[in-house]
Write a protein that binds this ligand. Structure first.
Ligand SMILES: Cc1ncc(COP(=O)(O)O)c(C=O)c1O
Length: 403
């Protein structure tokens, strides 16, 4: 029954529709029609968390001490595992008490950070395209977004020099993410140095999302913001266990960096949640302490899928340079066909679910994001269906829904 005498808060109506929720509806309808869906839509890794992580969780579950409320600031063991991991991976020293905070997944922290720092009307710089929490968090807080449009000719790297002076002066926060979802771009260390200098000059809080820290291929090692001298004075970096360790459903991530910034988020969260189930924190600690060979296997899995799909799409006319990181391909739509029209056409004619690039903002128009979350046999089946439906990069002749 609809309650028409209750109106929702303005902060909800400020939000553009969540495309993943819309895709879910379309998927449900396609399933009802009996289509065998190949879902390459979300960044939801297939398969299970590593066995030692599961075993650590089971053991922790059997300990009644873990059954009460966890500490607000996360368990000391998990926080120490986070800072040791940072030391090992990036040679960066962090204080586990003030410079590391466990989160109920990084999406939670990325969004709540805006609630902790953005007042209505505050200006937030967010690339377009971007992972939706980077602009939805500021919008929920009533902030104004200044989009930094990413361009293929700049390899999808933010052009700091194109930010107008008055915008830079007003801006309070800049969210960014390399290796990048959805474009798969990686940024050189010099870019990180440039953005740190920019943020320090204009006194802007830098929020770097290093979600794909470990999903890097061909020997590439992503840069951590905190490796850059001076970054910790103005910035924080978010991580997740969802992708590397197939723990998306466990809801665990963390933020590290500037202690003042983290304290604001901690204060907000103390009022909102009780933190992560302690057994999951034990499991997450185990994941961070796994030998590197585990991560290498994950990297090999995604490299194989990346190459398989790139080669298959090449036969259909697409020329997609191999990404050095992430779990996606960023695929241009055929000339003149919008992202949404093409994604709908693909779903309706092949049962393959992909995400239209404009779900990540206007800068993603003209592209699709394809998640590498199925084994090569299923990816091969997706390619066969594309071929069967006459879908190719040059297939302007097809009639797409909006054309
Ligand atoms: C860039 C980026 N940040 C954060 C997240 C969310 O991760 P979590 O599962 O930790 O909330 C995702 C998930 O796709 C992502 O792509």
């Amino acid at each position: 029954m609809s309650l028409n005498w209750i109106s929702r808060a303005d902060r909800l109506s400020a939000l553009p529709p969540y495309v993943f929720a819309r895709l879910d509806e379309l998927k449900a309808r396609a399933r009802e029609q009996g289509l065998d869906l190949i879902d390459l839509g979300m960044g939801n890794p297939d398969g299970s968390a590593p066995q030692p992580v599961i075993e650590a969780a089971i053991a922790a579950l059997s300990n009644p001490q873990n059954h009460g409320y966890p500490p607000f600031e996360g368990t000391a063991n998990f926080r120490h595992a986070i800072t040791s991991w940072y030391q090992r991976r990036y040679n960066v020293d962090l204080d586990p008490d003030s410079e590391a905070l466990p989160l109920l997944g990084s999406k939670e922290g990325l969004t709540h950070l805006s609630l902790a720092y953005v007042n209505p009307g505050d200006l937030v710089l967010v690339p377009s395209p971007a992972y939706p929490a980077h602009f939805r968090g500021p919008l929920i807080a009533g902030g104004k977004i200044h989009p930094l449009i990413l361009k293929p000719e700049r390899d999808w790297i933010i052009d700091v020099s194109a930010i107008p002076e008055e915008v830079a002066r007003q801006a309070k926060i800049l969210y960014f993410n390399y290796p990048n979802n959805p474009t798969t771009a990686t940024a050189p260390r010099e870019f990180f140095e440039e953005i740190v200098a920019f943020a320090r000059h204009y006194e802007i809080m830098l929020v770097h999302d290093l979600c794909y820290a470990e999903l890097a291929f061909d020997g590439y090692q992503p840069t951590s913001l905190l490796e850059i001298p001076g970054a910790k004075e103005i910035g924080v970096e978010f991580h997740t266990l969802s992708k590397t360790y197939n723990m998306a459903g466990w809801r665990v991530g963390f933020v590290v960096g500037n202690s003042d910034i983290i304290q604001g988020l901690r204060t907000l969260k103390t009022n909102l949640d009780y933190g992560i189930f302690a057994a999951i924190q034990t499991a997450a600690q185990t994941a961070l302490e796994l030998p590197d060979v585990y991560v290498h296997k994950v990297q090999e899995r995604y490299t194989k899928r990346r190459d398989f799909l790139i080669n298959g799409l090449a036969e259909l006319g697409w020329n997609i340079p191999p990404s050095k990181a992430t779990m996606y391909l960023w695929v241009p739509t055929p000339v003149g066909v919008s992202s949404t029209d093409f994604a709908l056409y693909v779903l309706q004619n092949t049962g393959v679910v992909v995400t239209p690039g404009n779900a990540f903002g206007e800068g993603g128009e003209g592209y699709l994001r394809v998640s590498l979350i199925a084994e090569c046999d299923r990816l091969g089946e997706a390619l066969r269906r594309f071929k069967g439906a006459g879908i190719s990069y040059q297939s302007e002749a097809l009639v797409y829904p909006g054309s």
